[in-house]
Every structure is written in C-alpha cells, then in structure tokens.
Design a protein around this ligand. Structure first.
Ligand SMILES: *[C@@H]1O[C@H](CO)[C@@H](O)[C@H](O)[C@H]1NC(C)=O
Ligand SMILES: *[C@@H]1O[C@H](CO)[C@@H](O)[C@H](O)[C@H]1NC(C)=O
Ligand SMILES: *[C@@H]1O[C@H](CO)[C@@H](O)[C@H](O)[C@H]1NC(C)=O
Ligand SMILES: *[C@@H]1O[C@H](CO)[C@@H](O)[C@H](O)[C@H]1NC(C)=O
Ligand SMILES: *[C@@H]1O[C@H](CO)[C@@H](O)[C@H](O)[C@H]1NC(C)=O
Ligand SMILES: *[C@@H]1O[C@H](CO)[C@@H](O)[C@H](O)[C@H]1NC(C)=O
Length: 574
C-alpha cells in the first residue's frame, strides 16, 4: 500500500526548479497502458493547440490499507462491524489526499495557467478543462488527435505521457488521454435463426419472476430503498419505452413505470437497446423500487464515460444501494496503475454499503495471442476486480419452457492476471480446480488470480421495448446483471424494513452461503461450457460449469425465497 510518510515530505522541488528554468526529470505514470486504436475508431487528424480537452487527475489517496481492512470488516457477516458503513463524509475524512498532495498538484496546474478545475467531495479527483497546447506541455510526450466511431468522437493521445518525477508520488493516473470508450453490444442471436425463434415466447418479466420464485407480493415497499443502472455513451433509455414495456409485460406484479432520477446529461432522439434493457429488467425484479439512471452519453467528447460515473459516486452523498453496470475492457489493454486505482474506487463504494454488480462479458473465457501461434484466455476488467460482484449468464435447458438452467456459452468468466485471489473465494475456487473433470491447459489462465463470475442469471432470449417497438431474442450478460441487481434490491428492501443495514459488498457473505447451510439459496448450474480460443489445443472451449462454484456461472442463479431467508436473519440481535 501507499506509504503515508510521503505526506510529511516537505518539498516542492520540481515546481521550484521549473520556475528557475532548470530541466527536471520526467517519468511515465502508465508505461504499460495499451496505445492501440481499438477496432471501429478512425484517426481524423491532429488537433489545433487552441482546441479544448478535459482531463481527470486521480490524486493519491491516504490510508488505502485501512480502507481495505475496513471493507473486509463491514462486508463480513461474521464480523462485529458487519453493516457499519461509512457516510461519504466519513469516507472523505479517511482517504482524502494529504494537503501536500493537493497543494503540489494545484501548484503544478497553476504553473501552466490551468484554472478551470472541479473537484469531488472525496477530494481525490480533479476534473480540468484546458487547451490542447497546454495539455501537451503539462504532460510531456502527449499528442492529442481526434478519433471517430460512427456518431462518436473522442480526443485521445496515442503517445504516452510523462509527469515530473515529484508528481508521480501524488497522482495515480491521468484520465481522458489513452483509454477509448468501450462499446456495449447486446446480441440478437435469434435473428436469422428460425429454429430457435419460431416457437419460443422469450424471456419476459413473468418468466423471470416465475423461474426465480418471486411471488406477487415480492415487490419493494421501503421508501428508503433505491437502485440504479449506469449507462455509457450515446445510450439513452426513453421513459415512454419503459411505460410501454410495463403495459405489455408488467401484468401480475406492482411496479414503477418511470425512472425517478437521471444523473448526468440525458436525452436523445433514439433510445438504445442496451439502455432500454437495463431499466426494463432491473425494474421488473426490483419491482416498485425507486430507480435511478447514471447517464453519460458522449456529450463531452473528450471524457471517459466510465470515469464520469465513478466521479459522480464520489460527489453525491446519497446514492442508490445497488448499481448494475454492463461495461468492460480487456485487462491486458489497461495499465496496472489505472486498474488498481479503480479498484480503490470500488472499495470506497463497499465501505459505504453499496452493492456494485458488473456483467461478466459476452466472450466466454476470451482469447488473446501471446506469442506466435500461442494463445491464452483474456480476462476482462472491472469484471475481474475483487471488490465487485460479477454476473454471468445462463439459458433454459429446454428453451421452450421454464426449466432448470444451463451455461450460456457466451458467459464471461476466468481468472485475473492482475488481482490475486481474494480470501473469501479461495476454498470455493480450489474446490473447483481440484474436482473439475476437464480443465483447459494451465498456460491459458492464471489459477492464482481473482476468479469470476460470482453469480449468474438468464442471459438469453429477452424481450425489450425500444423506440416503442417490442424486440425479441435480446441476449447477453447485460441482461442477467440488472435481473440479479433487482433481486438484491428486493432483499435490501426487506432488510431496511427490519431496520437492518443493506447488503453492501456481497461477495464475502455470498461465498459463505454454501458452508452455512444455505445451499438452496442459488440454483447451481452444472452443465455446459463457455467459449474461448479457436485453436487446436482448446478448440473453442473455455471452462465448464460444475457442482458448486465454477468460473462460468459462479454459484448459480437466484432462488429468491431461499436467498432472502439466508440474508434476512429471523431474529435480529441488537
Ligand atoms: C475552450 O474553452 C474556453 C473556455 O472554457 C472557451 O472560451 C473556448 O471557446 C473553447 N475553445 C474551443 C476551441 O472550443
Ligand atoms: C461535485 O459537486 C459540486 C457541487 O455539488 C460541483 O460544484 C462540482 O462541479 C462537482 N464535481 C464534478 C467533477 O462534477
Ligand atoms: C422455487 O423454484 C423451484 C424450481 O422452480 C422449486 O423446485 C422450489 O420448490 C421453489 N420454491 C422454493 C421455496 O424454493
Ligand atoms: C410500493 O412502494 C411504496 C413506497 O415506495 C409503498 O408505499 C407501497 O405500499 C408499495 N406497493 C406495494 C404493492 O407494496
Ligand atoms: C428512512 O429515511 C428517513 C429520512 O429520509 C430516515 O429518517 C429514516 O431513519 C430512514 N429509515 C431507515 C429504516 O433507514
Ligand atoms: C498471475 O497472477 C498473479 C496475481 O494473481 C500475477 O502476479 C502474475 O503476474 C500473473 N501471471 C501472469 C502470467 O500474468
């Protein structure tokens, strides 16, 4: 962890030397960040020095080791501090950057005449607008250009940046330079597949509620409860689509038909399929629960939409308890400095009692080339963060009926190459590795890493209303994630009604369910494998589902009454 003693170092040597015109040493902050232009983006030329860019500076926080320890205690049901979450103000007092960090960064920015900056309540991010000319001087090496992808346009530097050596002690990374916004694609696998399409009625709220044993009365009723979806990049939902969806599919249970609050710029002529899917399904399982959308359509073109969401969480003292996010990037394309800092952002959320769910991805184990003709699986981040709950996908065994579930072959899963395996999952993952009947060759994955997903839900054949049209056969872990999110919100609802704290970061409690006699809380998915590299060694097959936890469907899918029983103690000891 970061040495706290840094804060007592009394020096601003670089700034002084700079003022005296003495050359100072510069270092790379993210030497391992990929500088590839992702598929779909086209170079559109360099920018004028007078054009504007907006950059995010992630300031080094204090006491991250204490935060980590605190998260373990407040999320562990066996610990006396379980559920004793921090307010945003208390969190700020714990982790805010030390004054030397704040003043050093401020002086540095002032030296370059950068005054247009905003901070967040936790004081650990600065969000500044400046001209390209200034940015290229501030961050030696950087060269900003414009890239477009369809309607989307971003400003990025494909050349690595440096900062003065002294600043490297005060900044984790600079956002808005390198990372391109990731595409979210829900698949419409049914299209063009008449065999699958012709008989199946498809997954709709009544089917989900039936499969996961939600009764008519299993809807929210606590006025303090809320849930949220985070949506990125030109993805809008329309309130009218949601209302129409609930009119067609919302029979038989009480529900809301409007999103209560949208954080961030919102509104566009055309709704997106993914954005519609999120709200329609989180509000069908988490029915009658107040719902927010964090919306970051690419209006400010140079920003990272994912960072915007994290900044909002750090800047709002009252946010929903459950957040579902369908967003991910290849671990190997991101710098370790960036991933470690984002991980601290998830610890901050956990300390506040927020439950953050990420979709595990739609590429199975993934695949990348690591040498000539040599492949390895490709883990995805933030799915691989040990501080979020990652959701995989399943299909009905008999696609025409509400039956037990099998692996959806697209379900993302595997082992991180960056984050070591957290204690809460060691026993479960070891059991899988020791008992699995067929494992991929060891060179394809890192069995000491954080393994995911943690849980799963149906991810196949959904109905979604978008732009007033019901669309069938929508598939992907973007569908399973809001479904599970809504179910956790229902559990929070019952907990809040009993005066209990919300679930918070779920994994430590989740991985204890089986050994504490709650093995019926989740339907164990035990058949099917997900996809991976199309080479001779693995022939397109990644990991396979197995009894108990597995890296394809985690612990399985929710059986609501049993899951509620496990997370809602009969007798509450005060
Ligand atoms: C850059 O931002 C400044 C102030 O924020 C504004 O006055 C100026 O017009 C912007 N420049 C361009 C090229 O958009
Ligand atoms: C954080 O919130 C404050 C006011 O509540 C606002 O002035 C500031 O701009 C926000 N910061 C960011 C980065 O949006
Ligand atoms: C939940 O659903 C399963 C299968 O659909 C069923 O076997 C079970 O009895 C149901 N009820 C409970 C309380 O588990
Ligand atoms: C829906 O939630 C509200 C509180 O937000 C509550 O007053 C109402 O009783 C709930 N409806 C049902 C059917 O439980
Ligand atoms: C619900 O919120 C109100 C104010 O918004 C607060 O006074 C009350 O204590 C909260 N109830 C619970 C159970 O947290
Ligand atoms: C495997 O994961 C560990 C952390 O869990 C990491 O230190 C190591 O570098 C990884 N190995 C590879 C080949 O990526």
């Amino acid at each position: 962890m970061r040495p706290i003693s840094l804060c007592h170092r009394v020096s601003s040597l670089a700034a002084l030397l700079l003022c005296l015109g003495v050359p100072v040493q510069c270092v790379f902050l993210e030497p391992d960040q990929s500088l590839r232009v992702p598929e779909g983006w086209t170079f559109m030329g360099c920018l004028a020095a007078s054009d504007n860019v907006t950059l995010t500076f992630a300031l080094k926080q204090q006491r991250v080791d204490i935060l980590q320890d605190l998260v373990e205690r407040v999320s562990n049901p066996d610990c006396p501090l379980y559920g004793m979450y921090l307010t945003l103000e208390e969190l700020t007092a714990l982790i805010k950057p030390c004054s030397l960090t704040i003043s050093t960064v401020q002086k540095w920015l002032q030296t370059f005449g950068i005054g247009d900056c905003q901070t967040v309540q936790t004081l650990d991010f600065l969000w500044c607008t400046m001209t390209v000319g200034t940015a290229e001087k501030l961050l030696p090496g950087s060269e900003f250009s414009r890239y477009v992808n369809g309607q989307k346009s971003v400003v990025r530097s494909l050349v690595p940046y440096k900062v003065y050596e002294e600043l490297a002690d005060h900044i984790d990374f600079v956002g808005g330079l390198h990372r391109f916004p990731m595409e979210r694609k829900v698949l419409s696998r049914g299209w063009g597949n008449p065999h699958q399409g012709s008989f199946h009625l498809g997954v709709m709220p009544s089917i989900i509620r039936q499969r996961y044993n939600l009764s008519v009365s299993d809807v929210g009723s606590s006025s303090n409860n809320s849930q949220a979806c985070a949506q990125f990049l030109e993805q809008y939902f329309h309130q009218q689509d949601l209302a129409e969806f609930m009119q067609i599919f919302g029979g038989g249970f009480s529900h809301c038909s409007r999103v209560d609050r949208v954080v961030g710029p919102h509104g566009g002529p055309k709704a997106g399929l993914e954005a519609s899917l999120d709200v329609e399904y989180i509000m069908s399982t988490g029915a009658n629960i107040s719902t927010w959308v964090f919306s970051n359509p690419g209006r400010y073109e140079s920003q990272e939409p994912f960072m915007d969401w994290l900044l909002s969480l750090s800047n709002l003292s009252s946010v929903p308890w459950v957040h579902t996010v369908s967003y991910g990037d290849d671990e190997d394309s991101l710098s370790v400095a960036y991933m470690e800092r984002i991980n601290v952002e998830f610890m901050k959320a956990a300390a506040r009692g927020l439950t953050i769910l990420f979709a595990s991805g739609d590429d199975g184990a993934g695949c990348r080339t690591v040498g000539k003709g040599i492949h390895a699986f490709r883990p995805s981040f933030p799915a691989s963060s040990p501080y979020v709950t990652t959701v995989g996908g399943t299909s009905f065994k008999n696609p025409f009926q509400v039956t037990c579930e099998v692996t959806d072959y697209i379900s993302g899963g595997g082992f991180s190459n960056v984050f070591p395996m957290p204690d809460y999952q060691v026993a479960a993952v070891k059991h899988y590795l020791m008992t699995a009947s067929k494992l991929p060759p060891e060179s394809y994955y890192n069995s000491s890493g954080r393994a995911y997903p943690d849980i799963a839900a149906l991810s196949d054949n959904y109905w979604v209303v978008t732009n007033r049209i019901p669309i069938p056969w929508v598939s992907g872990t973007s569908a399973s994630t809001p479904v599970f999110g809504g179910i956790l919100s229902l559990i929070n609802d019952k907990r809040l009604q009993k005066g209990l704290p919300p679930l918070g970061f779920l994994n430590p409690a989740l991985y204890k369910l089986h050994s504490s006699g709650n093995s019926s809380a989740l339907f164990d998915v035990t058949t099917g494998c997900h996809l991976s590299c199309l080479d001779e060694k693995v022939q397109g097959q990644g990991f396979c589902a197995a009894p108990l936890w597995d890296p394809v469907t985690g612990w399985g899918t929710p059986n609501f009454p049993q899951l509620l029983r496990a997370f809602l103690p009969e007798r509450v000891s005060v």
